[in-house]
Ligand binder design. Structure first.
Ligand SMILES: Cc1cc2nc3c(=O)[nH]c(=O)nc-3n(C[C@H](O)[C@H](O)[C@H](O)COP(=O)(O)O)c2cc1C
Length: 336
């Protein structure tokens, strides 16, 4: 029997109970309601929406509004907003707080490195302008407080010469932020290079609120190492769980798990596709799942040409039939 994983212990963010210390990262294009519920079923203690544009919400862009929909089974859930001025963010937070279904947490994106976002002064651009960042966060915190919703912030490493991450963290805590997620790469690094969790440790030392470590969480030993090295309250899984939701099960069990056989991998993928179909319809779900097909199947040794053929199928029913055929000849491996 493995000893209980420290990641399986509950914690709290601003009074919200989080059942364990494995958090699903926000990922634009991926963390839809279907993906979040699926990872929640694998055990993730907290899930986050894709980043939602404050402007998009205010212009009652129906597509943006849909990003706020979630199922009760996903709770606890954070909605992540991005925007570039205090006024826009406060008004967007008001829109969120007036929904009939409130999220458990409101998260502010201060890490997005995409040019389209940074150019407007939002996302990672805020890390270079602490006063504006503080004004935006303070305005959002004030609005969220009216509904009793704690605010968290997700940051990156400061660019070289671009300031001190401890000062930013302390200022965020002082204005009422209740948790900070740290992805310790600079915006210029995008997603390349190793995450430098000494930065996460610096943030942990600077504040008393829970800090969540994001970046290169891809194995049980690695995650436990980051937890110990940084003193963070929790870890955040992102690319490490793409096509490998069993990473979450393993983190909670505290032991590396062998990847399941193809039969189980395909069954899991089909279950995810069924959820996606309910959320977005059979045609959009098939398009949404194209990257997932590669992540799930290539990792299980399915040849690239087979995956390419699957990607060309127009909807989930045809995809599901092909997947059933792929796994059909295989029997579930008997237990030892
Ligand atoms: C495809 C993709 C989309 C992402 N979208 C967001 C986002 O919307 N908001 C955010 O705060 N971070 C976003 N991130 C960053 C992740 O949340 C995470 O911090 C980052 O991937 C580092 O973790 P990893 O090295 O384990 O992948 C995204 C990352 C990826 C790969």
């Amino acid at each position: 029997m493995a000893s209980p994983s420290p990641l399986a212990a509950p914690f709290e963010i601003g009074g919200v109970q989080i059942p364990n210390r494995v958090v699903l990262a926000p990922m634009a294009g991926l963390t839809t309601s279907a993906y979040r519920s699926h990872l929640r079923e694998h055990g993730a203690g907290l899930v986050t929406t894709e980043m939602v544009s404050a402007h998009g919400l205010l212009h009652v862009n129906q597509r943006t509004g849909r990003y706020l929909d979630f199922l009760d089974e996903e709770r606890p859930i954070a909605v992540q907003l991005f925007g570039e001025t205090a006024e826009v963010m406060a008004r967007a937070a008001e829109a969120v707080m007036s929904l009939s279904q409130l999220p458990d947490l409101l998260d502010i994106n201060m890490g997005c490195p995409v040019r389209k976002v940074v150019r407007t002064g939002a996302g990672a651009a805020l890390m270079a302008d602490l006063d504006r960042a503080e004004a935006i966060v303070a305005a959002t915190v004030a609005v969220a407080a009216t509904a009793g919703i704690p605010v968290t912030v997700k940051i990156r490493s400061c660019p070289p010469g671009g300031g001190d991450v401890s000062e930013l963290a302390r200022r965020l805590e002082a204005i009422g932020v209740r948790g900070i997620a740290v992805h310790p790469r600079t915006a210029a690094q995008l997603y390349r290079g190793r995450a430098d969790h000494t930065v996460t440790a610096t943030v942990v030392r600077a504040v008393k609120i829970p800090v969540i470590a994001s970046g290169d969480i891809a194995s049980v030993a690695g995650a436990l190492g980051v937890l110990e090295e940084t003193g963070a309250a929790a870890v955040m899984v992102a690319r490490g769980a793409q096509g490998n939701p069993w990473l979450v099960d393993g983190l909670l069990a505290g032991e590396e798990r062998a990847r399941p056989g193809l039969y189980e991998v395909v069954s899991d993928l089909r279950a995810l596709l069924a959820r996606a179909t309910l959320e977005m319809g059979a045609v959009r779900a098939a398009r949404w799942a194209r990257k997932l097909l590669g992540w799930y199947l290539r990792r299980s040794g399915v040849p690239g040409a087979v995956v390419d053929d699957l990607r060309r199928l127009p909807d989930v029913p045809s995809l599901d039939r092909a997947l059933a055929g792929l796994a059909g000849p295989l029997k579930r491996e008997p237990p030892d």
